[in-house]
Design a binder for this molecule. Structure first.
Ligand code: 2AM
Ligand code: CA
Length: 265
C-alpha cells in the first residue's frame, strides 16, 4: 500500500523546481537565442523551454524518484506504477518570452490519482509566485487570494486566448468574441493560459475563455482558480477534465452562467 504524501511536501518541491527554472528563464530573457517553430507560425520553442523542463523534472525527481511526469516538451514519462503525476509547462507564453514581453509563466501541478492536489504558477520577471493546495486556498507571494465579486459583463474585465489558427477558416471563436464584446466588458489577451488563470484567481480579471488547451497549460491554474473561489468548466458549463485537450471557461462563478450562454454555438 502506498501512503499518501502531504500536499505541503508536493507544493514545496514544485516551488523549489519553479524557482530554479525561473532563474534560468530570467537569465535567458532578453538575450539572443534561436527560436524554432513547431507546426504553426505562432507556435514557438526555444532552448529555454527544454532546459527549464529538465531542471523542473530533475529537481522533482530528486525528492520523488518514482513519480510520473507529463510535460509539454518531453511528453509522458515511461509507465510508472505511482499514483502521483506531475503536469508541467516549463515556459507558458513562449511567444511573449521570445518577443521580450515579460508575461510568461512556469506551471507545475501535482496530481494524485488524477486529482490535482498542488499547483504553482511562477512569473519570474514579475516576481509573482502563485501557489495552491487542494482545500487550503490559493496564494500570491504568501497572500491569500480570492476571485472578484463582479456579477455582470458590463463591469467585468475578461481575458481570452485567440486561437492560433484564427486566420485559416471561419472560426466560431470570432462570433462568440463579438457577442461577449458587445456586452460592454473589457477584454485582454495576455498570451499565457497559466498566467490568465493565475490572474483570475488573483481577482484581476473575472473570466477567461479559450478554445483549446492542453493539460500542462491548465492543471495548476484550475486548482488556483477553484481554491480562490472561482469555477472552471467546459464552454457548455459541464465539469472540466484537465487531462483531455479541450476548451475551457473559467470565471469568478457569478458570471459563469452568462458566459456559458454567450459561448453557446
Ligand atoms: P503554448 O504557448 O504553450 O502553446 C495562448 O493563448 C495560450 O494558450 C498559451 O498559453 C498557449 O500555450 C495556450 N494554447 C494551447 N493550445 C493552444 C491553441 N491551440 N491555440 C492557442 N493557444 C493555445
Ligand atoms: Ca503552454
Amino acid at each position: 500500500m502506498t501512503h499518501s504524501i502531504d500536499t505541503g511536501d508536493l507544493l514545496l518541491a514544485a516551488i523549489q523546481a519553479a524557482m530554479q527554472a525561473g532563474n534560468l528563464l530570467k537569465s535567458g530573457y532578453g538575450s539572443a537565442f534561436e527560436i524554432c517553430c513547431k507546426p504553426g507560425p505562432h507556435n514557438l520553442v526555444t532552448v529555454y523551454d527544454s532546459s527549464a523542463e529538465s531542471i523542473i523534472i530533475n529537481t522533482i525527481k530528486q525528492r520523488f524518484p518514482t513519480h510520473a511526469f507529463l510535460a509539454e516538451e518531453s511528453g509522458s514519462s515511461a509507465k510508472s506504477a505511482s499514483p502521483y503525476l506531475w503536469v508541467i509547462d516549463p515556459l507558458d507564453g513562449t511567444l511573449n518570452f521570445a518577443n521580450n514581453i515579460p508575461l510568461f509563466a512556469i506551471s507545475i501541478a501535482a496530481a494524485h490519482k488524477k486529482e490535482i492536489v498542488a499547483g504553482v504558477i511562477y512569473l519570474p520577471i514579475m516576481n509573482e509566485l502563485f501557489t495552491a493546495e487542494k482545500g487550503k486556498g490559493a496564494y500570491l507571494n504568501g497572500k491569500r487570494l480570492s476571485v472578484t465579486t463582479v456579477d455582470n459583463l458590463e463591469h467585468a474585465v475578461l481575458c481570452t486566448g485567440m486561437p492560433s489558427d484564427i486566420h485559416q477558416h471561419t472560426n466560431p471563436y470570432l462570433a462568440s468574441f463579438a457577442r461577449i464584446a458587445k456586452e460592454g466588458c473589457a477584454i485582454r489577451d495576455f498570451g499565457s493560459a497559466a498566467l490568465n488563470l493565475a490572474y483570475l484567481a488573483a481577482g484581476r480579471v473575472s473570466a477567461y475563455w479559450i478554445d483549446s488547451l492542453q493539460p500542462w497549460d491548465m492543471a495548476a491554474g484550475k486548482l488556483l482558480v477553484e481554491e480562490a473561489g472561482g469555477m472552471v468548466t467546459h464552454y457548455d458549463g459541464k465539469p472540466h477534465d484537465v487531462f483531455s485537450e479541450s476548451n475551457l471557461l473559467a470565471s469568478n462563478g457569478r458570471i459563469h452562467k452568462t458566459m456559458v450562454k454567450e459561448l453557446k454555438r
